[in-house]
Design a protein around this ligand. Sequence first.
Ligand code: PHE
Length: 336
Amino acid sequence: MKQLDDLVESASKQFEDAIHQVDHQVLEETRIEYLGAKSGKLKEAQKGLGKVAKEDKPVAGKRFNEVKTRLEELFQSAADTITGGGKKGKAETLDVTLPGVRPRLGHIHPITQTIDELKDIMGRLGFSAVEGPEIEDDWHNFEALNIPLEHPARDPLDNFYLNIAASSHGGGNQLLRSQTSTVQIRVMENKQPPIRIVSLGRVYRPDEIDATHYAMFHQIEGLLVDTNVTMADLKYVLRLFASSYLGEDVEIRFRPSFFPFTEPSVEVDMRWQDTWLEFGGAGMVDPNVLKAVGYDPEEVTGFAFGLGVERLCMRRHGINDIRYLYDSNTKFLAQF
Ligand code: PHE
């Protein structure tokens, strides 16, 4: 029994040494010395069991098995510690010669990059950036924008109306805003002219999804209200804006159009690298809108525009499918 106890004591010292030296060789030698199948110390002790008196055999056998398990444990834990891995929870050793684990760095999404850049450009032209809520009431999304109840743009099938009770203020239905023109109203309700703002953010429409349409996208809205504002100012600002973003001289073309909240209204095309591209709508703020927010249309005039942020970003980077932007595929996104 004494011999067995000594075995555990000396083995644990030697395995401990192997750990301190972080030495596989020492570990292996210690293993052979104690657990070696042919002439290990445990094997010897087993042979000694044969000489134990018959009546002492059960106790001695039991003790032998305990010692054997203990030695195997000592070896295993020393091995795990030295190889620095193995089972979880064991102490790890640091090998400073191994290459480090590089942290994966993310970066700003291309749409957010575009938004930041567009804000910057408009900031230099004197437009300050403001934000509006994505959940709107129909006063801000339609009514104040001169879009009456019977207008097809208010069709439930063309909007994401929310299934919640009407709010106490603004009245009526709540919906995910279908355009950032809502922010024009929110700004004018709270401030007197002169006004010079841009608002960039998400809008939602239940469109069929394809290469150029998504149920959620971003718009940049611009609004300028002052005395003697004309369409020439609008065209000039849009041309400066387009040239700054696309990086060359960009031509602007207005095509007659209709929006309930501008009069006259135009579609805005930009000619870049020999192609005409449609980027959104614009026009002179409709007198009815100015009245709805308490301005006097005889005193002030203004222009407004709304352009697609994805379109600008896709054109600039040569991206041909809007869905790539929202797939969360880091291989794609890492390119920008
Ligand atoms: N809100 C319009 C749209 O989403 C764009 C627009 C904005 C047109 C401002 C005129 C003035 O289609």
